[in-house]
Design a protein around this ligand. Structure first.
Ligand code: GDP
Ligand code: MG
Length: 193
């Protein structure tokens, strides 16, 4: 009887880990107000036009098809959930990929993004983690403080991808998540070789 029970639990465990290997944990970082939660809601398909949520933190899961292959993303919008150092360190450790968001209308959020990039590099030194730098609120043309060139130059320096989005207009949000999946897959493939 004992061996029978352990056989069945073994098979459960192996199925579980196979499924898990397809799940990508993606963490949103960035200063307050840059649009992290808005991007997360657009991604999660929960966006309610004209509504401003004020939730402390959230996790969204969704599968998307990228290059004819399904990818399952767990998106964590928990960076601002509380101010504990523990949570911040946890965030820096848990992700398979990171989205560092600033607002193109807020220069200081852009500077903060660089700091976060440096922190992340310190926390995950030997790893080559996919990171995308995101300049959000591209729709606010007249209050822009950070140019596209500045954003992409920063991404070059920090060796990460770059995209500008507008959560309000849903502009480039899908491309952002497709890009993340492609980057994760690329790094996985090159590790396996
Ligand atoms: P978070 O603090 O980073 O989670 O930022 P939120 O998602 O809560 O957004 C902060 C404010 O910016 C809210 O009032 C949003 O409606 C607004 N916002 C977010 N994304 C955009 C955008 O792409 N364009 C514009 N015009 N406003 C945005
Ligand atoms: Mg938020």
């Amino acid at each position: 009887r004992g061996s029978c029970a352990s056989d069945s639990s073994d098979s459960v465990i192996s199925t579980g880990s196979e499924a898990e290997s397809q799940v990508y944990k993606v963490v949103l970082l960035g200063e307050h107000g840059v649009g992290k939660s808005s991007l997360a809601r657009v991604f999660g398909g929960l966006e309610d036009a004209g509504h401003d949520y004020d939730e402390a933190g959230n996790t969204y899961d969704r599968s998307i098809m990228v290059d004819e292959e399904e990818a399952f993303i767990l998106l964590y919008d928990i960076w601002e959930q509380d101010n504990s150092q523990w949570l911040k360190e946890q965030c820096m450790r848990m992700g398979d990929a990171y989205i560092i968001v600033y607002s193109v209308t807020d220069k200081s959020s852009f500077e903060k993004a660089s700091e976060l990039r440096i922190q992340l590099r310190r926390a995950r030194q030997s790893e080559n983690i996919p990171i995308i730098l995101v300049g959000n609120k591209s729709d606010l043309v007249r209050s822009r403080e950070v140019s596209v060139d500045e954003g992409s130059a920063c991404a070059v320096v920090f060796d990460c991808k770059f995209i500008e989005t507008s959560a309000s207009l849903h502009h480039n949000v899908h491309d952002l998540f497709e890009g993340i999946v492609r980057q994760i897959r690329l790094r996985k493939d090159s590790k396996e070789e």
